[in-house]
Design a protein around this ligand. Structure first.
Ligand SMILES: NC(=O)c1ccc[n+]([C@@H]2O[C@H](COP(=O)([O-])OP(=O)(O)OC[C@H]3O[C@@H](n4cnc5c(N)ncnc54)[C@H](OP(=O)(O)O)[C@@H]3O)[C@@H](O)[C@H]2O)c1
Length: 339
């Protein structure tokens, strides 16, 4: 299984560690022999058709801040999409930053890979949030598999649960907490901190995105809602179809009112008649009432009632493990197991 890995940050490096440490296990259990033939970060790329040495790549990244010192003879003039166009590979793993303006560079990377009939695993939410219906259509047209387990719930298999464990059921609606950072901030506020000190605390712990608006203004939650609505409910929606309100406007009055109702305020992503993200009162006894960085989502289906799945929604190694899950899924779903 030849792989091009775009992006070598928290998730990319965690994946490299997992692939290096789980090589025997992946082969014995799933007959998968992953060979990373190229890796890129924002400064360049490395190529090794025999298989990039992943440990050496991590060392190069940690020592020099870039992977490009791995070889002495690198050219630096390829973009990731040139790389995908020019190197033969079976799978693209997309781990560049999520961007909700134009979804680049992930969008071009994914489209280039699909045109080359490569399967794609994306943990990057940007392209899916802006163009889920057309990307899945393009995957179908090119007869390739597009997987994205890590985009919602990190290592907690929210998408797989709804798609596979509730197979045959009709999911009528769902709602949940899909962003651990805002849930952490709201939990701290509930315990008496001001918004600013809770935000500062979350920043100190490394929970807040470099562009904090993605968390605070609800964009990250909305992107995940788009992915769920398309994948689980069969809707054809993008980010512009979501009504989005973040947590910046939280005020003491609303917190007091919630408390009187035995509730707390949570940032809820909801797919009912409408798709929206916003603060809602959640009762203390509701399984969605989870604290800290936890995510929780309740699916209500026609015959099975409401079920809630709870887990940590982010983290490099957790998200990397979701990529491995997707690799196994691709291997098992392609004709003749040919990669
Ligand atoms: N971290 C999590 O827990 C988590 C969970 C679920 C999903 N995700 C998603 O996974 C993706 C990666 O997250 P992360 O935490 O690993 O982010 P990160 O640490 O910021 O890593 C992003 C990587 O992309 C590289 N990059 C940026 N622009 C590029 C370009 N034009 N071409 C090639 N590489 C480029 C960066 O290069 P440099 O290293 O040179 O800056 C970096 O290596 C994001 O889309 C994020 O939303 C993350």
């Amino acid at each position: 299984m030849r792989i091009i890995l775009c992006g070598f940050g928290v998730v990319g490096q965690s994946l490299a560690k997992l692939l290096a440490s789980r090589a025997d296990d992946l082969y014995k259990k799933y007959s998968i022999k992953p060979k990373v033939v190229a890796v890129s970060d924002s400064k360049g790329y490395i190529i090794d058709k025999q298989g990039v040495n992943l440990i050496k790549t991590i060392e190069s990244k940690q020592k020099f801040g870039t992977i490009t010192k791995y070889h002495d003879n690198n050219k630096y003039d390829y973009s990731s999409s040139n790389l995908i166009d020019n190197i033969e590979s079976d799978i693209l793993i997309e781990t560049t930053p999520s961007n909700y303006e134009d979804a680049e560079p992930g969008m071009t990377n994914i489209i280039t890979a699909m045109k080359k009939k490569m399967h794609v695993i994306s943990v990057n939410k940007g392209p899916l949030a802006l163009a889920f219906p057309s990307l899945t259509e393009m995957a179908r047209h090119n007869k390739i598999i597009l997987r994205f387990s890590g985009t919602v719930g990190g290592g907690t298999p929210i998408l797989n649960y709804a798609k596979n464990s509730l197979y045959g059921e009709k999911i009528l609606s769902f709602s949940g907490i899909l962003n651990g950072t805002t849930n952490y901030i709201l939990t701290k506020i509930e315990h008496g901190m001001t918004f600013n000190s809770a935000l500062a605390d979350a920043r100190k712990k490394g929970y807040v995105e470099a562009n904090e608006s993605l968390d605070l203004d609800g964009l990250d939650s909305a992107a995940k809602l788009v992915i769920l609505a398309n994948w689980i409910m069969g809707m054809k929606v993008t980010l512009s179809d979501i009504s989005i309100n973040g947590i910046r406007n939280i005020n003491q009055n609303d917190i007091r009112t919630a408390s009187k109702n035995h509730c707390v305020l949570k940032l809820i992503s909801q797919c009912n008649q409408k798709l929206n993200v916003g603060l809602q009162e959640i009762h203390h006894n509701d399984p969605l009432c989870v604290d800290g960085t936890l995510n929780a989502i309740s699916f209500t289906s026609e015959h099975s009632g409401t079920q809630t799945i709870i887990g940590h929604g982010a983290g490099g190694i957790e998200t990397a493990s979701s990529i491995i899950r997707d690799m196994i899924n691709i291997k098992q779903n392609i004709p003749n197991n040919e990669i």
